[in-house]
Ligand binder design. Structure first.
Ligand code: MN
Length: 478
């Protein structure tokens, strides 16, 4: 289970009695936060920082504990910030500065110099905030009494993002085949994305998968088919084509399990030894939180896995999506997002139907895929691009809507949405910013989650939404 350490600052100037009280308060506060947050993250107290050496020691604990995804820091008393410099320079995990107090109310009738000395976060946290800023350490600030619901929820949000960053740092991405020929935005610098986000992205020949695929047993295929029949409606009579997908999914599952892979890509241009492009196989894996990018798009695949992790425990849908076509009726413009095949069933508003229909590309057998209408509601659409000298994340607020009319001849999953602040500014903003045609859509996450992720990972972010102006569009250009 992931944990956040609670690291509190003081100093040895006040004597043993005060430090004993500080330690007792820290323990009590950590216990309270742990009880409120334990569904998301555990909270564990560390010994109080009272010298530069003790700070270094505790930060080492934070760095070295594989279960720890971040640290909550707070100054109970004054804690001279030069004591924190060397420790903070070592820190390798997300940091939350919790500006709080052990006491909620000021005891007007009884407050004396001892009480004020013991409880001086308004003083100590300013000294500490300065050094975080001076050291340019990416961090989040949460202000409020630690027992208040809104404070706890703000810490929970940090915990979700910190868990996603930890997941990102350990994520392995498998590319079956390479990037689709001639396509630009889906390509990228895999050395830089490993340095920046931690993604270990490696190419595997499709033959490596085919070798496993050939050994999949009839029993394993039957078990997978039983799962499909339970989760989805079998519309097709071409059961053999569906079995082909089941066989591919079992093979993919074995491959990613063995190599601890959390996200993968394939490409219709490299399917040697397979009969179909993975359709349901990819869709059903996405339903289990495995990241996916088509056409060798490793960045979107990795980002979708990281955001699915961030959305864990939240209501809503998160997954890969591809921009396709518009309804340009003036004032009622809508976008239809879909894909040739691989839309995650997380977006299904209706029970997905399995059908087998020609793909039109790749020269393979007709692939079985899941077909459904998408969910509705407020969402974000997020993409990642490689700008040459940096990665850029673009986050647009959108509204998923019901498709105005049926599309009986479009045999893929369909998601429709409205751009914000309006169609023209929303689309122009995305285009000026160089936004991709692959993205991650989420009804569970919000812009503020992505903002926090970008701040903590030092990633450029462009946002598009109701606050976007014409002046913004000019700024987005490069
Ligand atoms: Mn594409």
């Amino acid at each position: 289970m992931s944990k956040l350490y609670f690291l509190v600052g003081s100093q040895d100037l006040y004597g043993a009695e005060t430090l004993k009280q500080v330690a007792a308060d820290n323990k009590k506060m950590a216990k309270f936060m742990d009880s409120k947050l334990k569904d998301t993250v555990r909270v564990e107290v560390l010994p109080t920082v009272i010298t530069s050496d003790s700070c270094i020691e505790q930060i080492r604990t934070v760095n070295n504990d594989p279960e720890c995804v971040g640290v909550i820091t707070w100054m109970h008393t004054f804690s001279p910030a030069k004591m924190w410099i060397k420790g903070l320079q070592l820190l390798q995990k997300p940091l939350l500065h919790l500006h709080t107090q052990a006491n909620e109310k000021l005891p007007y009738a009884t407050i004396d110099m001892d009480f004020m000395n013991l409880n001086q976060a308004a003083h100590g946290d300013r000294e500490y905030g300065f050094i975080l800023s001076r050291l340019r350490i990416p961090h989040e600030v949460v202000v409020g009494y630690y027992e208040h619901e809104d404070t706890i929820e703000a810490i929970r949000k940090f915990a979700r993002v910190a868990k996603a960053i930890d997941y990102s740092k350990h994520l392995r991405v498998a590319m079956f085949g390479n990037n689709m020929r001639d396509v630009a935005v889906t390509d990228g610098d895999r050395v830089e994305s490993q340095i920046h986000f931690g993604w270990e992205t490696n190419y595997y020949a499709i033959g490596d998968l085919v070798a496993i695929y050939k050994k999949v047993t009839a029993k394993e295929i039957d078990a997978k088919m039983a799962e499909y029949k339970k989760k989805y409606t079998m519309k097709t009579k071409n059961i053999d084509a569906v079995k082909e997908q089941a066989r591919m999914e079992v093979a993919l599952d074995k491959f990613i399990e063995k190599k601890s892979i959390g996200a993968f890509t394939d490409t219709f241009q490299d399917l040697h030894g397979l009969k179909q492009l993975p359709g349901i196989a990819a869709q059903n894996l996405m339903a289990r939180g495995i990241g996916f990018g088509p056409e060798g798009d490793y960045k979107t695949s990795a980002l979708s896995a990281v955001f699915m992790k961030m959305a864990e425990g939240l209501k809503g849908s998160t997954g890969f999506i591809e921009d396709y076509t518009y309804d340009l009726t003036a004032g009622k413009e809508l976008e239809l997002a879909s894909h040739m095949l691989e839309v995650p069933p997380a977006f299904a508003a209706t029970k997905p139907e399995i059908d087998v229909i020609p793909l039109g590309i790749g020269n393979k057998e007709d692939p079985a895929r899941l077909i459904f209408d998408g969910v509705q509601g407020d969402a974000i659409q997020v993409c990642i691009t490689d700008m040459g000298d940096r990665f850029r994340i673009i986050c647009a607020d959108i509204e998923l809507v019901k498709q105005p009319k049926k599309m009986p001849k479009l045999p893929v999953a369909r998601i429709m949405f409205r751009l914000k602040p309006d169609f023209k500014k929303g689309a122009a903003g995305w285009l000026y910013a160089g936004g991709a045609h692959h993205a991650v859509v989420s009804t569970a996450l919000t812009r503020s989650d992505i903002e926090m992720f970008c701040r903590l990972t030092g990633t450029e972010l462009i946002t598009i939404g109701d606050d976007t102006t014409d002046e913004d569009l000019a700024r987005y250009r490069f």
